[in-house]
Write a new protein. Structure first.
Length: 200
């Protein structure tokens, strides 16, 4: 470890920095979005998305066991402030989704809310984990730009990805970004552990 600050940061954020935990949920969102995008009209058979969700849940359990076996566990109490922020982000995302599905505004409120969540996470990592700050800030900037593209006359950019609707596009991107952020966080986590450099 490079400093006492980094050591404290690693201990306080031990579970969150185990980034592979975020990969199953990102994959689940990504695959179900692709399934939804392929539907013609209302979906009647939900077998495939249910199987995807169960497979991702099983993958999460395996990843959790991997971290527990290889790196051990650190019990940390989640503060009320953290719970409040998580709940607020979830409520804002749901509200943004509701607004985007019922208005014809030339920007995506959901995309902006997701961008704020990435930016907030990035600034949380600012000093002790510069690489995590950079990746989260970059993803936030991408989401902001895509959310505002319709304001400058670039409509239906999601069709270039073969996606039918902007909401599906942002869900698709959020899944991809979640996987990317999880992998980067895992690499940072492993390299920050005591003895990691000596073993390489």
């Amino acid at each position: 470890m490079n400093s006492v600050t980094q050591t404290r940061f690693l201990a306080q954020n031990y579970p969150q920095l185990q980034g592979l935990r975020a990969v199953p949920s990102g994959l689940c969102l990504l695959l179900i979005t692709l399934w939804a995008n392929a539907q013609r009209g209302p979906a009647r058979d939900l077998t495939l998305p249910i199987l995807i969700a169960l497979a991702c849940l099983a993958l999460y359990v395996l990843i959790d066991q991997y971290y527990s076996r290889v790196y051990g566990q650190v019990k940390r109490t989640i503060s009320r402030a953290e719970l409040f922020l998580q709940a607020t982000c979830a409520i804002l995302a749901l509200a943004a989704f509701f607004v985007d599905t019922r208005t014809t505004a030339n920007f995506s409120l959901l995309g902006l809310v997701l961008a704020v969540s990435f930016a907030f996470t990035g600034f949380w990592y600012w000093r002790p984990a510069t690489v995590l700050f950079a990746i989260n800030l970059a993803l936030a900037i991408v989401l902001v730009l895509l959310s505002l593209l319709p304001l400058v006359g670039i409509q239906d950019w999601w069709s270039l990805l073969g996606i039918k609707h902007s909401l599906l596009a942002f869900a698709f991107l959020f899944g991809i970004f979640g996987v990317i952020g999880g992998v980067v966080s895992h690499v940072y986590f492993v390299r920050s552990l005591p003895g990691a450099r000596e073993s390489q």
